[in-house]
Design a protein around this ligand. Structure first.
Ligand SMILES: C[S@@+](CC[C@H](N)C(=O)[O-])C[C@H]1O[C@@H](n2cnc3c(N)ncnc32)[C@H](O)[C@@H]1O
Length: 248
């Protein structure tokens, strides 16, 4: 549990120290801070792309402090046999969920070196990423706040009801242009006025992420405002409708 009277950065560091993944502490700190921009908004938090839970724990810890907020973590949560090596040595995945095939990392593949160094060893002890994720959440007593969903954003929205409201969407799944556009379109309709979308790896090395943000959010969409970039997180808010003038 985060103690707001102690430095947050060191508590985040401690919380994720044994959780495999790539999200650095400064970026996790940014995410934690963004959650607090949503304090007076209704709705929950949705994360697309959770891996073993580094960012999910930080979002969950913030949700616990905010109260009345859950974090839905959408991921394909691949098992060992879901990964396939491509001719150039890089890796892609195909995950079967309830007889449906979901593929990822086909355009933006996972390079061989990080796969063999960081991903393959995880499967030596555990069957799949979901198992590691659930363990991370349970070890931090965040089970009541962090809810995993095995699938993609398209399935997720079929599983929720029409009244679902979201105040923060964190997009860190497949970084290809098509997948990011899909994630935006699927979640955008549930975002409350003043709610935030946050993109991982924005305006860094992933052309698909950059183009999706530009095409879907910035260039052709005047529903958003207040964009900011901190570390590699780019975040932007859904515009609030103009307040009606108060009549005397
Ligand atoms: C970079 S990792 C996420 C890292 C995580 N946010 C963290 O802080 O550790 C990307 C994740 O996206 C998942 N993923 C890839 N394509 C996806 C898709 N179409 N829908 C949902 N999750 C996807 C992968 O299984 C992987 O767990």
């Amino acid at each position: 549990m985060i103690d707001i009277k102690r430095p947050i950065l060191s508590q985040i560091k401690e919380m994720v120290k044994d959780i495999p993944g790539w999200s650095p502490i400064d970026q996790l700190y940014t995410l934690f801070t963004i959650c607090h921009l949503t304090a007076d908004l209704e709705g929950d938090i949705v994360e697309i792309g959770s891996w073993c839970g580094r960012s999910a724990l930080v979002l969950g810890a913030a949700a616990k402090l905010l109260g009345n907020t859950k974090v839905y973590c959408i991921d394909l949560f691949p098992e060992k046999t879901d990964w396939k090596q491509n001719q150039d040595g890089s890796y892609s995945m195909n995950v079967v969920i309830e007889n449906e095939n979901y593929s990822a990392y086909h355009q933006q593949t996972v390079w061989q070196e990080p796969f063999e160094k960081d991903i393959a060893p995880l499967y030596q002890e555990k069957q799949g990423i979901l198992e590691i994720f659930m363990e991370s959440v349970a070890n931090n007593q965040l089970d009541s706040w962090v809810i995993p969903y095995k699938g993609n954003s398209a399935n997720f929205i079929k599983s929720i009801d029409n009244n679902f409201k979201c105040k923060l969407v964190f997009i860190d799944g497949d970084h290809s242009y098509g997948a990011v556009c899909q994630d935006i379109s699927n979640m955008d309709r549930y975002l409350v006025e003043g709610g935030w979308i946050c993109f991982d790896d924005a305006f860094s090395y992933y052309d698909g992420v950059n183009r999706a943000i530009e095409d879907k959010i910035i260039v052709n969409n005047n529903a958003y405002e207040l964009c900011q970039q901190m570390t590699r997180k780019f975040f932007i808010a859904r515009k609030k409708k103009a307040n009606k003038k108060l009549e005397n």
